[in-house]
Design a protein around this ligand. Structure first.
Ligand SMILES: Cc1ncc(COP(=O)(O)O)c(C=O)c1O
Length: 454
């Protein structure tokens, strides 16, 4: 009989994370010191990150053991179920088989605690007592608040102002776990004050909130900084998603033909895709499709260049598809996809043609989310809905061609705190945004002039 939920027993949960770095088809461009244009060493990151995470950031070991304490906490929601979307398939009339790996069962409701728990663990091990971070939609902030509660760490969250206003319940959730949360830009940091002086009504952006959190960490001895996406070690921790999915597909005798996911900074997408990228690089035929909003089209329209990770230019330069570090995206509802850049590891694979990228307008994305809710039942996060949209498009292509493909959707989180966005969609108030070409040109003009190391 066809299964609906494919459940791995706890004893089968992967015990190691997969590090794609040694398997890349081309070397990863190193982070650069913006002053000298030279690659930075691990010591440059020591003021803001614990050493073990810095080691993971630069590791060339293909597999990294997951410490027992992290595995024990993962068991609160892992292994997460892989669902077969029977009802969606029937509704679409597609011969494709659609699966979705459901990360919404974690206590904060997304994939983010896979790395939040790991980061809190390594900080605690090294004697850190407080962590500062930023959050867009509030998913990352609540994941770190949850992890902070488990490890008795103080968590300070700078939340992008527009999301803080759109999603008060995310702030309440963070506070319930004991974190403090401020609407960014704040008047607590030089970075925040500078933005407010120029633009008192700034809706904020992830780039600004990152600057505030880094400045907070760099100016307090007991505090480190934590990032919920983009960096290599964050993507590494998320690979448990793809590793579990492979085992679950094996259980039902399937091999993925298509993987789809959404990209903000790239962590949930990479977590699902990288174990499959390994197969693709070894010769397996598999389409790996990254999705993003047309309002913040990094992978589909931005240049592949060195840029800062934050607005105040506090980070090293990272090579990525970037809309420029001062880019403030329109306030679309997929707050977690409003970042001006993307993970360097992902960008490299897009640049090499291993991963394909597509952009969608928010109305078509919500239409897909509603179709999903009315067939499968689950209400997806607006970010995740981009992946659902691509999954439905792929299944409809199969309907035309008659191909019986196995499509896997990275289902990164639920939308229970995003009902305002659903309400706006259902009452016809959601606007679509297409980023004007001049914005991309403006981005290009502000990128730092760097002659890349040979
Ligand atoms: C549910 C969900 N999916 C996806 C994302 C995008 O982040 P990333 O690209 O790092 O997975 C976010 C970010 O907040 C999110 O909350």
């Amino acid at each position: 009989m066809d299964q609906t939920k494919i459940i791995l027993p706890e004893s089968e949960m992967p015990q190691r994370w997969y590090n794609i770095n040694p398997d890349l088809p081309a070397p990863l461009a190193p982070p650069l010191n913006p002053g000298t244009g030279q690659p930075i060493g691990p010591e440059a990151l020591a003021p803001i990150f614990p050493m073990e995470l810095i080691k993971q950031e630069v590791s060339m070991e293909p597999w990294i053991e997951i410490p027992d304490e992290i595995l024990r906490i993962y068991k609160l929601w892992r292994p997460s179920p892989l669902f077969r979307a029977h009802r969606l398939e029937e509704y679409l009339g597609t011969p494709a088989r659609i699966y979705y790996k459901n990360e919404s069962f974690s206590p904060p409701g997304s994939h983010k605690p896979n790395t939040a728990v790991a980061q809190a663990y390594y900080n605690k091990q090294e004697g850190v007592t407080r962590i500062a971070t930023e959050t867009g939609a509030g998913q990352w902030g609540s994941a770190l608040a949850f992890a902070g509660a488990l490890f008795d760490l103080t968590i300070t969250v700078y939340m992008v102002k527009v999301s803080y206003q759109q999603k008060p319940y995310r702030r309440m959730l963070m506070e319930a776990w004991g974190a403090e949360c401020f609407p960014s830009p704040t008047d607590k940091t030089n970075a925040g004050r500078a933005i407010r002086e120029k633009d008192p009504d700034s809706p904020g952006s992830l780039g600004i909130a990152i600057s505030e959190a880094i400045e907070d960490a760099a100016t307090h001895d007991d505090t480190k900084y934590s990032l919920g996406s983009v960096l290599n070690h964050v993507l590494l921790h998320q690979t448990i998603v793809g590793l579990e999915t492979k085992k679950q597909l094996d259980l039902v005798g399937e091999k993925a033909d298509v993987i789809v996911g959404c990209v903000g900074g790239g962590s949930n997408f990479a977590g699902m895709a990288f174990p499959f990228v390994k197969d693709k690089l070894e010769g397996q035929e598999i389409d790996i499709i990254a999705t993003e909003p047309t309002a913040c089209p990094t992978l589909t329209r931005a240049p592949y260049r060195y840029d800062f990770g934050d607005t105040a230019q506090l980070t090293p330069l990272l090579k990525m598809y970037t809309l420029g570090h001062s880019f403030v995206p329109p306030p679309i509802h997929a707050g977690g996809l409003r970042y001006h850049g993307d993970a360097p590891l992902m960008c490299l694979l897009v640049n090499q043609g291993v991963i394909e990228a597509r952009a969608f307008h928010q109305n078509e994305v919500f239409e897909a989310a509603i179709t999903f809710a009315r067939t499968e039942g689950s209400l997806t996060a607006p970010e995740t809905a981009h992946a659902v949209k691509a999954g439905i498009d792929e299944a409809l292509k199969c309907k035309e061609t008659g191909e019986e493909k196995c499509i896997v959707i990275a289902y990164s989180g639920h939308g229970f705190f995003d009902l305002g966005a659903y309400d706006a969609y259902l009452s016809g108030e959601l606007e679509d945004y297409e980023l004007p070409e001049q914005e991309i040109e403006r981005a290009l003009a502000e990128l730092p002039e760097i002659s890349e190391p040979a």
